[in-house]
Design a protein around this ligand. Structure first.
Ligand code: ADP
Ligand code: MG
Length: 589
């Protein structure tokens, strides 16, 4: 008795769908790729309920003819390759002819499409692989494909979807992987009626800023290289903006996001010891190689790639990143010698400088973590232990950190960056920025009323964020208010700022908040104890005086005094060393 039968297409397609579309984000990827393959310059993605109810992609690409509009839902129906040889010279994102057949097997799909040379387009409705309707339609040139009720006929899959937040984050990740490298195309992403991203065609750096916030423009530097086997273009993060997770690491080959552990290692190796342990750089790097020198066909979801020249690629990539890093550090060193920011206004005539107020705790030893330091909270304790373990020389306990003649100790500024002042144990070299960061951080996190340092702006400043960032900003508003900002929401995405702490530069407000949000988003993955700690760290870092800022004698004395009044005077909130002591015996040498 024969027992073998051939499965109907609808069943075969449903089985195949499992490989291509395991969750809404899988369908999103396929539809966006089809739109790009169709030569579109503007692509709009709309989702409802994280793609469960609706995934719709509209493009202004080449469109399809009446019969192609039906044929595209057949399995192995593709216009992108014709023969086996074509597999070795793939120039399109798709080529398997599986995606639409798979999606149509597990959803209700509506396709509207028009080619540029036809007056009328066509509309096709297909459900569970069966075309239920086709009729002419007056639609714009290009294609709109709407996928409704994904997995409506596959309850097992539907039930295994995670909550909307998780599914939406997968969709956003797919969106980033595609839009980052295709920055020359315009994209929008609308979720439940709200525009989350509206990305205009532009440079890669503009795209990074569009996705992650304007602050990223200052965090990145560019990597470029061109050799016979590869062309490299991209951006990698400045070492100080490394992160505690490998989240923002994107490699692309020929316009396609890939995972390639060896090439990722090449980028990280280039940083060598520029990064603290367990910190990772962010990078967005695109490689362009001859399509015949790669094999992108070894994995169904196509993120793994094999290169013929992987050893050479590794070396080229590493040295390109390394060179960019080298140029970068040279550039910052040079800028210390030529301070540009002289932002201390001349005193008005007749102005009598006030006698500097100095407050410090005379008996205080910042390195002593027990005994009289009753005000030292558990948090401080834990931290100073950790820090001692990291970087204190053994004889630190004996070091006397009191200013020699506190109120009068003269300070000298070095390279617009360091404050040099005598202590009884030697000459202290203090990093002014880190010192200020520490002072501000302690002040901000002490929850003292901030009114004293708050200043009302002459003209209110408007700041605008993406919808997702605006949500976050709203969440942080109460904290910001308690730190001396006066902010009101004008509409969903725009906020009016009427007062700020004195240290915040009004003309940099937008960048200030963008950076704060970027830090905050990054911080959720880092090991901050609380959201308020992460916020204070970010605010303090941004409000602190920058290297190159010339400080007056009083300002330096005040800063030194404030610093020594902090329980953790030796380390900045981000864990960097603030003070180096040059001992008398070293001076003797
Ligand atoms: P593949 O992309 O691998 O060819 P798909 O199933 O994704 O397979 O698409 C099948 C075919 O449908 C494509 O080869 C293309 O000819 C056509 N097609 C799909 N989406 C679009 C679109 N947005 N615009 C124009 N043609 C499209
Ligand atoms: Mg496709």
């Amino acid at each position: 008795m024969d027992i073998i039968n051939i499965l109907p297409d609808s069943v075969a397609n449903q089985i195949a769908a499992g490989e291509v579309v395991d969750r809404p984000a899988g369908a999103v990827k396929e539809l966006l790729e089809n739109a790009m393959d169709a030569g579109a310059t503007q692509i709009d993605l709309v989702v409802k309920d994280a793609g469960r109810t609706l995934i719709q992609v509209t493009d202004n690409g080449c469109g399809m003819s009446d019969s192609d509009a039906r044929l595209c839902f057949e399995r192995h129906a593709t216009s992108k390759i014709h023969k086996a040889d074509d597999l070795f010279a793939i120039h399109t994102m798709g080529f398997r002819g599986e995606a639409l057949a798979s999606i149509a097997a597990i959803a209700q799909v509506e396709l509207r499409t028009r080619q540029h040379d036809s007056e009328l387009g066509t509309e096709v409705t297909i459900e569970g692989s069966h075309i239920t309707d086709q009729h002419p339609s007056a639609c714009p040139q290009g294609t709109t494909l709407a996928v409704k009720n994904l997995f409506y006929n596959v309850p097992a899959r539907r039930n295994f979807l995670k909550n909307d937040k998780v599914e939406m984050s997968h969709i956003e990740e797919v969106f980033r992987r595609i839009t980052l490298i295709h920055h020359d195309l315009g994209f929008t992403l609308t979720s439940n009626g709200r525009v989350l991203y509206d990305l205009k065609a532009g440079s890669m750096l503009q795209r990074i800023a569009g996705l992650y916030g304007a602050a990223y423009k200052e965090r990145m530097f560019s990597v470029e290289e061109e050799t016979d086997i590869v062309k490299i273009r991209g951006f990698v993060s400045r070492p100080e903006y490394s992160r505690k997770t490998r989240g923002e690491q994107y490699l692309f080959v020929n316009g396609r996001y890939i995972k390639h552990p060896a090439l990722s290692a090449a980028v990280e190796k280039a940083y060598a010891d520029l990064l603290p342990e367990h910190s990772y750089p962010s990078y967005f790097v695109g490689l362009q190689v001859d399509p015949s020198r790669i094999d992108i066909n070894i994995h169904p979801t196509k993120t793994e790639v094999k290169f013929v020249d992987d050893h050479a690629l590794f070396a080229i990539l590493r040295s390109a990143v390394k060179r960019a890093l080298g140029q970068f550090s040279l550039a910052t060193e040079l800028s210390f010698d030529t301070p540009e920011e002289f932002n201390i206004p001349p005193a008005p005539s007749g102005y009598v400088p006030p006698i500097p107020k100095v407050s410090y705790t005379p008996g205080y030893n910042p390195f002593k973590t027990t005994g009289s330091q009753t005000h030292l909270k558990m948090e401080g304790l834990e931290r100073s232990k950790k820090i001692e373990a990291i970087e204190q020389p053994e004889d630190i306990e004996e070091m006397d950190m009191q200013p020699a003649v506190p109120a009068a100790a003269a300070c000298m500024q070095l390279q617009g960056r360091y404050i040099v002042t005598p202590l009884s144990s030697g000459l202290a070299v203090i990093d002014q920025q880190r010192a200020h960061e520490r002072v501000l951080f302690d002040h901000l996190s002490s929850n003292q009323p901030a009114a004293a340092s708050s200043q009302t702006l002459l003209f209110p400043v408007n700041c605008t964020f993406s919808a997702a960032d605006a949500d976050l900003f709203n969440e942080l508003l109460p904290d910001l208010q308690s730190h001396g900002f006066a902010i009101e929401a004008m509409n969903q995405t725009t906020f009016v700022v009427t007062a700020t702490p004195a240290e915040v530069k009004e003309e940099e407000l937008q960048g200030f908040f963008d950076q704060m949000l970027a830090d905050y988003k990054g911080a959720t993955m880092q090991k901050y104890r609380s959201r308020s700690e992460s916020l204070c760290t970010s605010l303090a870092r941004q409000m602190a005086v920058r290297p190159g800022t010339v400080l007056g004698q009083e300002q330096m004395q005040q800063l030194v005094a404030d610093l020594f009044a902090c329980p953790m005077a030796d380390t900045s909130p981000s864990g960097k060393k603030i003070i180096t002591i040059v001992k008398p015996e070293e001076l003797l040498k």
